[in-house]
Design a protein around this ligand. Structure first.
Ligand SMILES: Nc1nc2c(c(=O)[nH]1)N=C([C@H](O)[C@H](O)COP(=O)(O)OP(=O)(O)OP(=O)(O)O)CN2
Ligand SMILES: [Zn+2]
Length: 138
């Protein structure tokens, strides 16, 4: 059976502030600069979720995109869209809400809801058009 990747793209909006509880206020300001401002700021994120697997002979699919959409709704949209990452999402109480850590959150959250988590191959997260993180579970 041939192997293929299939990718679903979704967009969500969140606000956050870059601040580490493991650093002093001065260190936070020095490292994160304007992104440490207590008022926070927002992003229109774009996430690309890729699954990889064998194309089933009978269905012609690696995974039904309707199922992938459902997983992304539960694992990404519900917890993150129109949320303050630092205040509304427990994971970010002790993880800085960088794009790297948001990508890891999405990966772990998808793994938890997918019927066959082994198919998850890649999470690509665009914080802006210019700031992009790829996470593949390593
Ligand atoms: N390694 C990381 N560095 C930074 C992150 C991050 O998530 N990982 N995030 C930020 C800020 O939160 C913010 O996203 C940066 O925004 P901004 O400077 O507005 O974005 P641009 O780079 O697109 O802005 P330009 O001024 O157009 O260059 C900072 N660092
Ligand atoms: Zn930001």
């Amino acid at each position: 059976m041939p192997l293929a990747n299939i990718t679903r793209v979704e967009k969500f909006s969140s606000c956050h502030r870059l601040h580490s509880n493991n650093l002093s206020n001065e260190e936070n300001l020095k490292i994160f600069g304007k992104c440490n401002n207590k008022n926070g700021h927002g992003h229109n994120y774009k996430v690309e979720v890729t699954v990889k697997g064998l194309i089933d002979e009978k269905t012609g699919m690696v995974m039904n995109v309707a199922d992938l959409k459902k997983y992304i709704d539960i694992a990404v949209m519900e917890p993150l869209d129109h949320k303050n990452l630092d205040l509304d999402v427990p994971y970010f109480k002790n993880h800085v809400s960088t794009t790297e850590n948001v990508a890891i959150f999405i990966w772990q959250s998808l793994k938890d809801v997918m019927h066959n988590p082994n198919l998850l191959y890649k999470v690509k997260l665009f914080e802006t058009d210019k700031n992009i993180v790829v996470y593949k579970g390593e």
